[in-house]
Design a protein around this ligand. Structure first.
Ligand code: FE2
Length: 345
């Protein structure tokens, strides 16, 4: 190693170590997290174990706002599906508020699939889109997201439009069954129209959110070589799992979750999930929410993103952080367009 590289390593080492008790997950970006020697000694599996124990404690407290049947569905499957979520009249108004207007949009291309995203701020929406704003502030939605993420705090919401070409899913990383990270984190999708079995529905391996001895052994195995894995996403800590490995872990086949319009799905993306490859060109529009925080915090609150003045403007805050180069977004701004416009990138 050259002297310069050694010096940089010495200077950065404290930062790499400081990232261990956080949600940092990249095996390539952090040589401490990615160290095969440390992971042989148990670093990666210890992070998973401690995060899971703390998640269990926090979830017991957060469960007081979540109905028992939803808690039971989550414990069994790792996800909760709530059909007919809004009253029919509210759902019709929400569709009109969302679909009949142009939005400031961002787009990202993954293979031949384009994801269009509209970052939502519930604060400014309250004036002219009251039903959409109400959904983002709904106690039912927030409580379930927080319970599954096992953290308090303010989820980030957006409108998401996925435009996929027929058979284009082979090069779409979202179509490969994977876990997002090494700890519980929640994602939610509220569907504005039906998503049939042929239209690339969400898929999830039921029960794969549970931390079993087999999953821990598999995670340990992956952690020894993840740093040099050919898949960039895998090397960055979103482990991909093959059908053979899934069977070795005693897990069932992924379940494709086709839904009717007006259905809410909330899932723990520590469990294995993805998007079903679609045999036909598809376009689907959904309200999307995600909540991911430091899994090592013993508390559920004290979230700086939930401070008054910030929590209702999370979307704008992300755009500002991106412009300042502090938190780079993978999406590019494509101006003001309607959700049914063709892809701009
Ligand atoms: Fe994912």
């Amino acid at each position: 190693m050259r002297v310069g590289a050694v010096l940089v390593s010495i200077l950065k080492a404290p930062l790499w170590v400081a990232a261990v008790p956080t949600g940092a997950k990249s095996f390539v970006g952090n040589p401490v997290i990615g160290s095969a020697r440390l992971n042989r000694w148990g670093l990666h599996v210890s992070r998973i174990r401690v995060a899971a124990v703390l998640a269990g404690w926090r979830r017991r407290w957060l469960g007081r706002h979540v109905p028992a049947d939803q808690q039971a569905a989550f414990a069994r499957d790792g996800f909760v599906v709530l059909p007919d979520f809004l009253p029919a009249a509210d759902f019709a108004r929400l569709r009109a508020e969302t679909l009949d207007t142009p939005w400031d949009a961002h787009e990202m291309r993954q293979g031949s699939t384009v994801t269009r995203r509209i970052l939502l701020d519930s604060g400014p929406l309250r004036r002219d889109k009251p039903v959409l704003a109400g959904l983002l502030r709904s106690r039912k939605v927030l409580s379930l997201l927080r319970y599954i993420a096992s953290r308090g705090g303010e989820p980030a919401f957006s409108i998401q439009c996925i435009i996929a070409n027929a058979h284009g899913s082979a090069d779409d990383p979202q179509c490969v069954v994977h876990a997002d990270t090494f700890h519980s984190t929640a994602k939610a999708w509220f569907f504005l129209h039906d998503v049939g079995p042929e239209e690339g529905p969400f898929l999830y391996v039921p029960g794969s959110h549970a931390l079993t001895p087999q999953r821990l052994a598999w995670e340990r195995e992956q952690s020894l070589s993840a740093r040099t894995h050919p898949s960039r996403d895998h090397a960055e800590g979103s482990f991909r799992i093959s059908a053979e490995d899934r069977q070795r872990l005693g897990l069932p086949a992924p379940k494709s979750i086709a839904v009717r319009a007006n259905t809410l799905i909330v899932a723990d993306t520590f469990g294995f999930h993805g998007r079903t490859p679609s045999p036909t060109p598809t376009r689907r529009i959904e309200i999307y929410g995600s909540l991911r925080r430091n899994p090592f915090a013993p508390w559920t609150g004290l979230d700086p993103l939930s401070l008054p003045g910030i929590k209702s403007r999370l979307g704008s805050a992300l755009v500002v952080l991106d412009k300042l180069g502090i938190a780079r977004m993978p999406w590019r701004s494509v101006g003001r367009i309607r959700l049914d416009a063709p892809p701009q990138i």
